[in-house]
Write a protein that binds this ligand. Structure first.
Ligand code: FES
Length: 137
């Protein structure tokens, strides 16, 4: 079977993902590192190999003042990790903990069924960061 050319790859991605997923993949918000983060959460999926790190800067009154992510993974992994940062920035830890994978998926329009686990991974990374923070209190 012949390899796909660039145009075929772009067509494939456009047919597979919502406009929002493609936008967040091509222009991710809050990507990067917080060097003086209060806490960092990490999650990975051993099946697909994708990895996410969520950096949180948390104020004394438990507001997420800043949030960034680093993701090594698929189109949906990048889009979901970026979207979750947008959903929780400026929120309290309690509000952030209430975010479910369905909220991330809905904010991105939709995800193909085989990519729903990418939204789970973003929630897992966020919750691990928050749990880590709580253990220090
Ligand atoms: Fe596994 Fe996207 S394919 S996180």
């Amino acid at each position: 079977m012949a390899a796909l050319d660039k145009k075929q790859v772009i067509n494939y991605i456009n047919n597979m993902y919502s406009k929002e997923v493609i936008d967040y993949f091509q222009d991710p918000k809050n990507m990067g590192v917080i060097t003086d983060a209060t806490v960092v959460g990490e999650a990975s999926n051993p099946v697909c190999g994708d990895m996410m790190k969520i950096y949180l800067k948390i104020s004394d009154n438990e507001i997420i003042e800043d949030i960034k992510f680093e993701t090594l993974g698929c189109v949906a992994a990048i889009a979901t990790s970026s979207m979750i940062t947008e959903l929780v920035k400026g929120k309290t830890l309690k509000e952030a903990e209430a975010i479910e994978f369905e909220d991330v998926e809905q904010a991105l329009g939709a995800l193909p069924p085989i990519k729903v686990h990418c939204a789970h991974l973003s929630v897992e990374a966020l919750r691990k960061a928050i749990n880590k923070y709580r253990k220090t209190k």
